[in-house]
Design a protein around this ligand. Structure first.
Ligand code: URA
Ligand code: URA
Length: 231
């Protein structure tokens, strides 16, 4: 807890003692949250995420390290209510070290904004942190090696909802290689108690724009879950 939060905490304690002295032992509170709370409690999560990034280091745990330029750890609000999980970096991501900054990334950013959110208010990461050569599918040993890091990111961020983008992200997070994205998308799964919505990958939507509306219906279910209204 930072000093600012500690002060708020002290103030709250004083107020509660005051009510207690008046003989009030029960106060009605609403846990209904605004779209994003204003007080920033993200300090601790930042430290944990930085620690995890340091632990990954200049990774050589799998063969993808040979050809990558930059490790793409993930980015966004450590206090995000919503976390997007993709597959692996592409060329642009590998150059910049940031997730979803190429063409598929632009579509993802537009989708986030259409949901009434800002890109820097959600958290975006991939299962695999290094670009596979020629953007081939990540292989089983690579997923097995890298998966622990997305698990830790989820554990730190503790989002209220996870959205997986495409087949690989869904199968890897759920640890289930037979899930079919076309038949299960749009239905909530649960990952360690967190609702998880599988939807299409934005690169797939670029190739199949007629399916964009399906992803939009998936996003509406997520917004409903987060109690986000869009106007
Ligand atoms: N595709 C992904 O799955 N992740 C990225 O970061 C970019 C493209
Ligand atoms: N197949 C995939 O791998 N991903 C999609 O998003 C859709 C079909």
């Amino acid at each position: 807890m930072g000093t600012q939060e500690a002060e708020i905490f002290e103030d709250l304690k004083k107020i509660l003692r005051y009510y207690e002295a008046l003989g009030i032992d029960n106060i009605p509170v609403s846990l209904e949250r605004d779209q994003y709370i204003d007080i920033d409690f993200s300090g601790d999560k930042n430290i944990l995420l930085d620690g995890l990034r340091e632990e990954i280091g200049d990774c050589t745990r799998c063969k993808l390290s040979k050809h990558r330029k930059k490790i793409v750890f993930g980015e966004g609000n450590p206090n995000a209510r919503l976390m997007f999980i993709g597959e692996a970096p592409g060329r642009e991501e590998d150059n910049q070290g940031m997730p979803f900054v190429g063409e598929a990334g632009m579509l993802l950013t537009r989708l986030i904004e259409k949901m009434g959110l800002k890109r820097n208010n959600v958290y975006i990461a991939n299962i695999i942190k290094c670009r596979p050569p020629m953007n081939r599918d990540p292989e089983e040993d690579e997923i097995k090696t890298c998966r622990v890091f997305i698990e830790r990111q989820i554990e730190i961020i503790m989002p209220e909802v996870i959205i997986t983008l495409g087949r690989i992200a869904l199968q890897s997070v759920m640890n289930n290689p037979v899930l079919k994205i076309t038949s299960v998308r749009g239905n909530f799964f649960e990952y360690k108690g967190i609702p998880l919505m599988p939807t299409f990958h934005p690169a797939y939507l670029l190739r199949n724009p007629k399916d964009k509306w399906l992803t939009w219906t998936d996003m509406q279910k997520v917004m409903q879950r987060l109690k986000i209204e869009i106007n």
